[in-house]
Design a protein around this ligand. Structure first.
Ligand code: GLA
Length: 742
């Protein structure tokens, strides 16, 4: 519910359990008054401290800069005396960069405004959402800035973005345009971020917030393996169930910046938006610029509640795919099975064997097109290589379909290899700075898809392949970062638009392909998980989490990913051992349990598996079908973290009606002379009674585990007393417990 409380002169944005309150100081300056637990309708503008020294400018004009230097700004501006990090900066025709955005009215609507060309949250019905539009203006520049705040009736999130309108008669160059800022007092905050590298994405990191700057960013043209567009400010010592948490997550897939600045008065500014490095946007008179959305979530009861708020918001208001709530087919991908060394016969061998075991879709990965015998060539040549795919693509797909399986295919549409027919024909299609030899990465260049003719060509090629056979899934990959930023399309004063235009072009291509093939199940991917971001979720209901398929490494990657993303979105597969990335051996059973926390599938040559491992696949497929809804639609609770304790991992999903739950337990390290351990369950109904069984992967059935579990126990007992789990013999051992209302 959003209201302007006239008497109190505040904007009050109430979600289910939180309030976000904006005040207007001096009738001009929008300030941040409060964000936290839901409040009654009191006048809390005093929290902005405008009645204390240094006072607002109308009372103390001689010291306006002192006011600007400490006032909790809702949307800080550049160049007029707020010396902390700002959200917006411009350059006018004459080169001046200062601006002052003053309050110019508001509107409250019961909808969710559409942001052209951007991924975004949505409401299914009118009345399901409300939006506050706070109008700000710089009269001298002729720049109107609208701050948007949307809330949904079923969510605790506040979704923010900013629209900039040039109402002057000259171009305005926007050199910085962040999406959200929260300016508040420090509460001994710790900063939680997700960081990593290739094969090691989204590991959780926590650090105290010291004086100065801290944060995350990307200038790689994609969200990146290295950092994630998320900031979490946690009150000191906050854990999954206790403490205050402020989350800020960015619905965008390009260069971003998430920054925390702790200043001289022990206030903290938390901000998120498009990275201003190398960014300029020329805003012509009469034109608008819209920033992507940032989603803020406050939880007064720990990290877990923030997590569940993001999960529900993304499930209900971001993922559009018709597959959102549908069971995804259990797939087998041939990448780790064959790499580039495959042909029709090999793929059909894999499909034949897979279909007998319960696997439902074959995905043909990289290497099926042009002269693609290794990763040094042929990107851009999206024509079937009939030397490998003998009989053509349609024949292969038909044969796979005859086995009762679906068929999926891999593309890397944004790329061009120097050794490709496409490059030989159009050497100027790659992003490059004229006169410089652009740097290679995996021996490939990036296509300048900001140019319409290039984007059209690639969309046509992809659509042509998709309409040539019954293809039901696409893996959209992106295997290098952007550098040598130069586009033949852009004049010198628009070159700073390239990175953002590139990201918009990716969205446009996916949108167009999905319009043509609305039933395609799209999975985004980028060298593993470098484009795992909320932006991509708007187009694909699942994203490949990481090229690291090792179950134990995946515990950390999936824990970090599940901090924000529903499990239904996490691409996770069972692969062979020794694992191709780390050489670790893990029981086949455990690999199945860990992949169950995601979309579930296989990434191995099933024809080469030992009989013992192969015999477990039907049970694993049964497990997936049995628990899929619980895993992907339930509430997620973190019980223990292997990345924190170095010993074991445990998490639960609980059905929304709390009648059923699943506990996954993985004991990574065995310890001598340990008999058992107590695990306290979460999320159950304290007044209900539950029975607990263990899933048996060999039979695919639930069975009695420990004798005390044969008697119903109350949710209260299971959550406060806990359950006893016996020590598992060996390392990397897993257990799946099914908890059902008695
Ligand atoms: C990336 C992907 C892999 C695979 C290869 C193919 O690394 O993450 O899953 O598709 O590309 O080249």
């Amino acid at each position: 519910m959003i209201r302007f409380l006239e008497k109190e002169n505040i904007f009050k944005i109430d979600t289910v359990t939180t309030s976000y309150i904006i005040g207007i100081a001096d009738g001009k300056y929008p300030g941040h008054a409060y964000y936290g637990r839901r409040l009654p309708d009191d006048d809390v503008s005093y929290l902005m401290r405008i009645n204390e020294a240094p006072f607002v400018p109308s009372k103390n004009g001689r010291d306006k800069l002192s006011f600007l230097d400490c006032f909790p700004m809702e949307y800080p501006v550049h160049g007029i005396g707020d010396f902390r990090e700002d959200c917006i900066a411009v350059r006018n025709r004459d080169g001046y960069s200062g601006l002052e955005l003053l309050y110019d009215g508001y509107e409250i609507t019961n909808d969710k405004p559409h942001l052209d060309g951007l991924p975004q949250t949505f409401a299914s019905d009118t009345g399901e959402s409300e939006t506050l539009k706070l109008y700000l203006k710089d009269e001298i520049l002729g720049l109107k800035v609208t701050l948007l705040y949307t809330v949904f009736e079923d969510s605790d999130a506040v979704v923010r973005s900013v629209i900039m309108d040039n109402e002057s008669s000259d171009p305005i160059y926007i050199t910085k345009a962040l999406s959200a800022c929260i300016d508040m007092d420090n509460k001994d905050f710790e900063l939680m971020t997700l960081n990593g590298s290739w094969a090691r994405e989204r590991h959780i990191q926590r650090n105290p917030v010291g004086i100065g700057f801290a944060g995350v960013s990307s200038v790689r043209g994609e969200t990146s393996h290295q950092h994630h567009p998320f900031l979490g400010l946690l009150s000191k010592g906050a854990d999954d169930d206790h403490g205050e948490v402020y989350g800020m997550h960015f619905i965008y897939s390009g260069n971003f910046k998430g920054l925390v600045y702790r200043g001289q008065f022990d206030n903290v500014r938390m901000m998120m938006g498009i990275n201003d490095e190398d960014f300029t946007w020329k805003l012509e008179p009469g034109n608008s610029f819209m920033t992507p959305e940032a989603v803020t979530v406050y939880s007064g009861s720990g990290i877990g509640k923030m997590t569940r708020t993001y999960h529900d918001l993304y499930r209900n208001h971001l993922i559009r795919s018709p597959y959102k709530d549908k069971k995804r087919p259990i797939l087998i991908n041939n990448w780790e099975a064959t790499y580039f060394d495959f042909n029709t016969d090999k793929l059909l061998d894999i499909a034949r064997e897979s279909s007998k075991l319960g696997i439902e879709m074959l995905v043909m990965d990289d290497g099926w097109f042009g002269n693609r015998y290794d990763d040094n060539r042929a990107l851009g040549d999206w024509f079937v290589n009939e030397e490998k795919i003998k009989g053509g693509l349609k024949y292969l797909v038909d044969e796979v379909n005859k086995l009762g399986m679906k068929f999926g295919i891999w593309f890397e549409p944004e790329m061009i290899s120097p050794d490709s027919d496409l490059y030989r024909e159009h050497p100027d299609w790659a992003i490059a700075i004229p006169g410089r030899t652009a740097g290679l990465c995996r021996n490939q260049y990036v296509l300048d898809i900001t140019r319409d003719e290039i984007r059209d060509y690639i969309v046509e090629r992809v659509c042509d392949i998709l309409s040539s056979a019954n293809i039901e899934y696409v893996k959209w990959d992106m295997n290098r970062q952007l550098a040598d930023l130069g586009s033949k399309n852009l004049p010198f004063d628009r070159m700073g638009e390239l990175s953002h235009r590139y990201t918009l072009a990716v969205y446009d291509m996916q949108e167009r392909i999905l319009e043509r093939f609305p039933d395609i199940l799209l999975e985004n991917c980028s060298g593993g998980g470098a484009r795992f971001d909320p932006g991509m979720l708007y187009y694909s209901p699942q994203i490949w989490c990481s090229d690291d398929t090792d179950a134990i490494e995946r515990l950390k990657i999936q824990e970090g990913t599940a901090l924000l993303y529903p499990l239904s979105t996490m691409g996770a597969h069972v692969s062979v051992c020794p694992n191709h990335t780390v050489g670790r051996n893990t029981p086949f059973e455990t690999r199945g349990y860990v992949a169950l926390a995601g979309t579930f599938g296989y990434e191995l040559d099933v024809t080469k598996l030992s009989d013992e491992d192969k015999a477990m696949i039907p049970g694993q497929c049964k497990m997936y079908h049995k628990y899929r809804d619980l895993v992907t639609m339930g509430d997620y609770y973190r019980i223990a973290s292997y990345s924190g304790n170095g010993y074991f991992d445990a998490y639960m999903t609980v059905s929304k009606d709390r009648k059923e739950a699943l506990l996954t337990f993985v004991q990574v390290m065995n310890r001598p002379n340990v008999h058992s351990r107590i695990i306290r369950l979460k999320g159950l109904d304290p007044d209900e009674k539950y029975l607990i069984k263990k899933f048996n992967m060999e039979t695919g059935e639930d069975e009695v585990y420990l004798s005390y579990m044969e008697k119903p126990l109350s949710g209260e007992t299971l959550m406060s007393g806990g359950i006893v789990i016996e020590n598992l013999w060996g390392d990397n051992r897993g257990l799946l417990l099914h908890i059902v209302k008695a």
